[in-house]
Design a protein around this ligand. Structure first.
Ligand code: DX5
Ligand code: ZN
Length: 219
């Protein structure tokens, strides 16, 4: 699984009144995947959209969908998001006390299974799930909103995961989400990140291709 580094624009910062245009533009600009933030107003203090919208996005997507579930009891929703077209489906460690069962279920559907941790969660708590997951998503802001400041000690967690992966010969991808921009992407890449989620740092600019190109040059 360790291969090319990927840039995953988060549609949370896109213009939802023109979502189709935004998706086409960011795909043409070189997005490697589309990051979709599903929020339920319980696990995080915000709500976004559900599987109905994910399915519609899938119908025009030319790159894989990276679905990040920030919801309580994600185990009840796995089949709905698989069915809607999630290629990567990531659930939070903090939201599911039967993580092994849920990860196994996602993989049974033949999709990539991810686990995410909040800023205050130590990655060592994932030790007994790391051999089963395809991806670990390190939240580098408190989940719920775009445009927040990167939490610096997330870098230590990325290094911890990178070294653990090397030591144990595992192959999960390391993804970072929150406050990623042109200034810190190089440091994050050197720390071991494979997939970079970026919302406001891409969608706040008028030329998506220029910013994605600059980010890619730093990797
Ligand atoms: C936050 C979401 C992120 C968000 C990142 O809870 O998980 O994917 O869109 O936004 P930026 O890149 O603006 O920090
Ligand atoms: Zn996200």
């Amino acid at each position: 699984m360790k291969s090319k580094k990927l840039i995953a624009p988060s549609l949370l910062s896109a213009d939802f009144l023109h979502l189709e245009r935004e998706i086409n533009d960011v795909q043409e600009a070189g997005a490697d995947m589309l990051h979709l933030d599903v929020m339920d107003g319980h696990f995080v203090p915000n709500m976004t959209f559900g599987s109905f919208i994910v399915r519609q996005i899938k119908s025009i997507a030319t790159v894989p969908l990276d679905v990040h579930l920030m919801i309580e009891n994600p185990q009840h929703w796995i089949s709905a998001y698989i069915d809607a077209g999630a290629d990567f489906l990531t659930i939070h460690y903090e939201a599911d006390c039967h993580l092994n069962r849920s990860i196994t279920e996602i993989k049974k559907f033949g999709r990539k299974a991810g686990v995410s941790i909040n800023p205050s969660t130590h990655p060592m708590l994932l030790e007994y799930i790391l051999e089963y997951v395809d991806l670990v998503l390190v939240m580098s802001v408190n989940p719920g909103f775009g445009g927040q400041r990167f939490i610096e000690n997330s870098v230590k967690k990325i290094v911890w995961l990178f070294e653990y992966r090397e030591r144990h010969g595992l192959d999960f991808l390391i993804e970072v989400d929150g406050g990623v921009n042109e200034n810190n992407i190089k440091l994050l890449s050197e720390a071991g990140v494979d997939i970079f989620v970026a919302g406001s740092s891409i969608f706040s600019k008028s030329d998506y291709k220029a910013v994605i190109d600059r980010m890619r040059e730093s990797l």
